[in-house]
Design a protein around this ligand. Structure first.
Ligand code: ZN
Length: 172
């Protein structure tokens, strides 16, 4: 058999805005609230090297909101993203134990120069691959929502499964 480069003849699935199931703790109001918290969290970001500040706001099933910001480091690799800070805080504070699950996380990011008070952020920010893998450890990927926002009223929603369809799972 000849060595051939495998051709993918199907288009990759398009990630689209997901309709939130009715009665879900996340709705337009709670999404806006989470985005507002993520915007506030971004103000705390420690990003002296890239200037790219990120804020995240994670919501538990019990509607607790846990915020995070990115924290950079001189040695670069110890840098941690806002999403993992939020999850780490939630896990270490026992939120997963008490509330059993997380429902979604709002993420905003950008350099100060690309944020305007009126229009919000110039771009949507989505979690990096490391954060998607990190989050997949603690949530049901089909029922956990990532809200990527330019402003409180301008946002997209994806399931974690949309963004990370094949997360690594260690099988014992
Ligand atoms: Zn990340």
């Amino acid at each position: 058999m000849k060595n051939e480069i495998l051709k993918i003849d199907k288009e990759l699935p398009t990630v689209k805005k997901t309709e939130l199931p009715s009665g879900h703790p996340l709705n337009d109001l709670t999404c806006r609230m989470l985005i507002a918290e993520a915007i506030k969290a971004r103000e705390k970001a420690y990003a002296p090297y890239s200037g790219f500040k990120v804020g995240a706001a994670l919501m538990s099933a019990g509607k607790k909101i846990i915020i995070g910001c990115n924290i950079e480091n001189s040695a670069f690799s110890p840098t941690i993203c806002a999403e993992r800070v939020a999850f780490s805080k939630a896990i270490s504070d026992g939120v997963l134990e008490s509330d059993k699950s997380f429902v979604g996380i709002a993420v905003v990011g950008g350099k100060d120069a690309n944020v305007s008070k009126e229009k919000g952020f110039a771009d949507y920010t989505t979690p990096c691959g490391v954060c998607l893998q990190f989050m997949s450890e603690f949530v049901d990927a089909e029922n956990f929502f990532v809200i990527s926002a330019k402003s409180e009223s301008d946002y997209w929603i994806y399931t974690l499964k949309d963004l990370m369809p094949f997360a690594f799972k260690y099988k014992k």
